[in-house]
Ligand binder design. Structure first.
Ligand code: ZN
Length: 256
């Protein structure tokens, strides 16, 4: 297990972690932050689960589209693992539901329908060569373009996120293309100034109220993650109010 995965495992999702106002104060003090520049023609955005890209990078994707960049989103897992043991929805039902939710969120953001790879949720760290192959052949479609990858972060704590991030890094190195990585769960398990985080590599993309409103609408599409499926413990909401407060702040961050 990586150090970051151990850190994530030690902070249960029910734990509140660092409150958003504290993060905001600390992040302000570290500023001004350099902005990321997606100076590519095609930006391929990688998510481990159907919602990572919307939670972590909606505003950045919107800005890229507005700048004329072609944005392609790729969801590696089928999302069937969000509610293990659920008495309400089977894993295939969850996958189907989350697929629809992601399509709806993408439409709200003005994105093309996401590419859906359907690999096992919770098992991506066993599928790294396969993921490199899948993403590699997708990139081959854009051989004549300047392409970059925007992936969930390789040290985000969740083993699936880390596997996708490593896959992006491997492809970036092999092909010599830029790779940006957005954190999601880091805001839950890390602390302001945490020595395990390479803060100097972090860039901030500010979201104005209009962009944030669209992002909020897109996030609301993930109803299966926001609300309990039933009163059963296995059906509890995956995205807590404190996680949402980090991911719906007025800026998004990305490692460059
Ligand atoms: Zn995820």
């Amino acid at each position: 297990m990586s150090v970051s995965a151990a850190r994530f495992a030690a902070v249960p999702p029910s734990d509140t972690g660092t409150a958003e106002p504290e993060w905001a104060k600390w992040l302000d003090r570290q500023g001004p932050w350099a902005r990321p520049r997606f100076d590519v023609e095609v930006l391929v955005v990688l998510a481990a689960h159907p919602d990572d890209e919307v939670l972590g990078a909606s505003g950045m994707m919107s800005a890229a589209i507005a700048a004329g960049v072609h944005v392609v989103t790729v969801c590696l897992s089928d999302g069937a693992g969000s509610h293990p043991g659920s008495p309400t929805m089977s894993p295939p039902q969850l996958a189907a539901r989350r697929h629809l939710e992601l399509d709806a969120a993408a439409a709200i953001l003005g994105l093309d329908p996401p590419r859906w790879c359907g690999l096992p949720d919770g098992g991506l760290d066993n599928r790294e060569p396969e993921m490199v192959g899948i993403v590699g052949s997708l990139l081959d479609e854009y051989r004549s373009n300047r392409v970059g990858l925007l992936s969930v972060w390789a040290h985000d704590g969740h083993p699936d996120h880390e596997a996708v991030g490593r896959c992006a890094q491997a492809i970036g190195t092999e092909r010599g293309i830029p790779v940006w990585m957005y954190p999601v769960w880091m805001w839950h398990w890390a602390r302001p100034g945490d020595p395990s985080i390479p803060w100097h590599r972090l860039r901030a993309h500010p979201l104005d109220e209009g962009v944030l409103e669209v992002k909020r609408a897109a996030v609301r599409a993930f109803e299966s993650q926001l609300r309990p499926l039933s009163d059963a413990a296995e059906d509890r909401a995956v995205l807590s109010a404190h996680m949402l407060s980090h991911l719906l702040r007025d800026r998004e961050f990305v490692f460059e």
